[in-house]
Design a protein. Structure first.
Lengths: 236, 194
């Protein structure tokens, strides 16, 4: 019996060694839902096992128990293997999973022994050999086809169109003059109304002009709230 | 009478095979030897038999062995200590995690990392990476459903472990008790305690 199997447990629902708990769960004499797995973990931690092997075995067993418990709590509707899993199948699944792991652990043990037994076998190791490069004869070629390919390369390609990237900006000065003229005439104006009829680009430039005028302290700018109308008047 | 006439006709083929085995870094199969010598498989096998009697433990420092699905030369075991002073063993000191992962890949391969993790109950990433680096396992395509990379054992694995092939691995059922056995054992323990 391993240290994990003999781990003494004192839970609300169960008192005894870990392997007995497992057996009762497998035989459905104990509801897994009544078992607080955290208490098992705490009991194991308190037993201070430092052996990696023992820790690993415990983790595998507890993980299997947790999975079993989780699946029992949430009626299966997702995966196929656990779809209509009755407790008997679940117990079988747990036992099968543990048995499969044990088989591979035994296989690992066999490999370890084998490796030890073959320790006095030495052989030369090298990179994979290079196979001779196979000849790859070209298919029969037509001189005309080559000439055609060269001709296509020799043609001057058409000049690329730049139409889609032309964007004309009106000069800022245009708007500077315009705004100054409006202010001379009226003393104040609403920016949004003044640029309403302009294109997007022109509006952007007009706004730059507004900033220029503000920087030069020629005007004052007011807005009651963000995104509201911008009112412009002559600086005092 | 010239010496040539006394020569066994397979001798010449045997010498050619000897040469091929010396330059090959991996085991060569009968088919590969037949292709390289442009001879037929049966004669190649006869020649290999001749070489095996010549290159054997106790008679030669070089030993012909049937390994990894083919034939290869190795050092005689009596020379192993001297060999150890000259070169490092190709594989030594595999961790428990690496051995378990290697066992799963050798028996179930091609197998993906999630499948390995499911059996071992823990992630297999670092063990797989270590085995890949040592050349004991290699990628073998992708999983059809999930697309996860699958792995299988390499000829180097067979050579290091002295196996003629993966079929030489012992049956898993012979190594450990199955699910029924485990259940019975648990039930037996329960019965004893009751």
């Amino acid at each position: 019996m391993s240290a994990v199997a003999e781990l003494p447990l004192d839970l609300d629902a169960f008192e005894g060694p870990f392997d007995l708990l497992l057996t009762l769960v497998l035989k459905e004499e104990l509801e897994l839902a009544d078992v607080a797995i955290v208490e098992i973990v705490l009991a194991f931690l308190e037993s201070h096992h430092e052996d990696l092997e023992v820790n690993g075995e415990f983790l595998v067993l507890v993980a299997a128990l947790l999975e079993l418990k989780a699946r029992a709590l949430f009626p299966a509707e997702d995966e196929v293997p656990f779809d209509d899993l009755d407790p008997d199948d679940a117990a079988g699944e747990l036992a099968e999973r543990l048995a499969q792991y044990r088989r591979f652990r035994a296989a690992a043990g066999w490999l370890e022994e084998r490796l030890e037994g073959e320790a006095d076998r030495y052989f030369r190791l090298g990179p994979a050999p290079l196979a001779p490069i196979p000849e790859r004869p070209l298919a029969p070629q037509e001189p005309q086809a080559l000439a055609g390919a060269l001709r296509a390369l020799a043609l001057e390609p058409p000049a690329p169109s730049l139409r889609h990237i032309t964007l004309t900006f009106p000069p800022v000065a245009l708007f500077l003059e315009r705004f100054r003229a409006v202010l001379r005439k009226r003393g104040r104006f609403v920016f949004d109304k003044e640029v309403d009829a302009l294109t997007r680009v022109e509006q952007a430039v007009a706004f730059l002009a507004l900033l220029e005028l503000r920087k030069a302290d020629e005007i004052a700018i007011g807005q009651t709230a963000p995104f509201e109308e911008i009112t412009v008047w002559r600086a005092a | 009478m010239s010496l040539r006439l006394l020569e066994n006709p397979v001798d010449r083929l045997a010498r050619t095979i000897e040469a091929l085995l010396v330059i090959a870094p991996t085991a060569l199969s009968v088919e590969e030897l037949a292709a390289a010598t442009e001879d037929d498989s049966e004669r190649v096998e006869t020649a290999l038999g001749l070489l095996a009697s010549r290159y054997r433990e106790g008679r030669s420092g070089i030993v012909l062995e049937h390994v990894a699905g083919g034939y290869a030369f190795r050092a005689a075991r009596e020379a192993s200590e001297a060999c150890a002073r000259l070169v490092e063993r190709p594989v030594r000191g595999l961790s428990q995690a690496a051995l378990e992962t290697l066992a799963i890949v050798a028996y179930l391969g091609p197998v993906s990392r999630p499948e390995i993790a499911k059996i071992r109950g823990v992630a297999a990433d670092s063990a797989v990476a270590g085995l890949l680096e040592r050349g004991l396992i290699a990628e073998a395509g992708r999983d059809k459903e999930g697309g996860a990379v699958r792995y299988q054992a390499t000829p180097l694995f067979e050579r290091v472990f002295g196996l003629t092939g993966l079929s030489e691995l012992p049956r898993l059922d012979d190594l450990a008790e199955g699910a029924e056995g485990l259940r019975e054992r648990l039930e037996e323990v329960a019965g004893r305690r009751a």
